[in-house]
Design a binder for this molecule. Structure first.
Ligand code: ADP
Ligand code: MG
Length: 261
């Protein structure tokens, strides 16, 4: 791996007492979570338990009703002032959010841009790199996710697994300190899951901080430093995969695992 393709210094994420409700529906009910720099955390939980909402709060796509999130020790969207939290401007929040990569279930690529331009677009638009440099780096990143030959292909000409790998390269292009994945393989045909998980495992080995929502228990077992089980908007249990997956303490964790295994 060349020096230029390495990501930014890995950073930690600390979630402090986050509450979030939609109307009367309490979706996050006091979540505390620590992801240490360079660690891989897999977030498990039944459908509707609040996993996507938690990722969106971490990325400040959703504002928490109470509590806050720190990335690299810095509160997102707010700053402390005389013991109180004061909201940051949208612009200041955007700068913080760029340190957090996000990979979605449904890829979210721009259909009218080639793979190369999908990867190069954000660094140019945000002023991180001049166009020529961004395209050169995009080429390197596509190589890193095994798509060197697909630079000029449009998303519609790529398989789901290839599209998701482009999306991962695009996340890396902004040199994030942490990358959040929301069920990155659940929209894929089974035979394409492995190629995407392989790329995520490479990132994990490379020392990037990763928080991955997935039902792929095999991946959790192999790649995760910690597994967190979310249920009803609360962290029910967490620990190393050998504990949470093989000796779950709660019945709800056992029930969930018996359904997905
Ligand atoms: P998960 O990703 O674990 O399946 P989500 O975080 O997507 O769970 O959703 C948790 C609950 O919050 C669900 O009941 C969902 O319907 C609800 N929810 C999520 N986003 C919104 C929203 N923007 N408005 C209203 N309800 C929402
Ligand atoms: Mg979800």
């Amino acid at each position: 791996m060349s020096g230029r393709t390495t990501v930014e210094r890995p950073v930690g994420v600390d979630v402090h007492g986050v509450h979030k409700r939609f109307g009367q529906h309490r979706v996050l009910d006091g979540v505390d979570l620590r992801v240490r720099p360079g660690e891989v955390t897999v977030l498990l939980g039944p459908s509707g338990s609040g996993k996507s909402t938690l990722l969106r709060v971490i990325n400040h796509l959703e504002k928490p009703d109470a509590g806050y999130v720190e990335v690299d020790g810095e509160p997102i969207g707010v700053r402390r002032r005389g013991g109180r939290m004061k909201e940051l401007t949208e612009r200041a929040t955007l700068v913080q959010r760029r340190r957090i990569g996000f990979v979605f279930q449904n890829f979210h690529l721009f259909p009218h841009l080639t793979a190369l331009d999908n990867v190069a677009a954000a660094p140019v638009a945000t002023g991180l790199s001049p166009r020529v440099e961004a395209r050169e780096r995009a080429r390197e990143l596509l190589g890193r996710v095994g798509l060197a030959g697909k630079a000029d292909a449009y998303p519609g000409q790529l398989s789901g697994g290839q599209q998701q790998r482009v999306a991962i390269a695009r996340a890396l292009a902004l040199r994030p300190g942490v990358i959040l994945f929301d069920e990155p393989t659940s929209a894929l045909d089974p035979e394409l899951v492995g190629e995407v998980l392989g790329v995520i495992k490479d990132l994990a080995t490379g020392g990037t901080t990763l928080l991955v929502v997935t039902h792929e228990i095999g991946f959790a077992r192999e790649a995760a430093d910690r597994v967190v089980f979310l249920d009803g908007g609360r962290v029910l249990e967490q620990g190393p995969p050998s504990e949470v997956l093989d000796r779950p303490r709660h019945r709800r964790t056992r029930d969930f695992l018996s359904r997905v295994l």
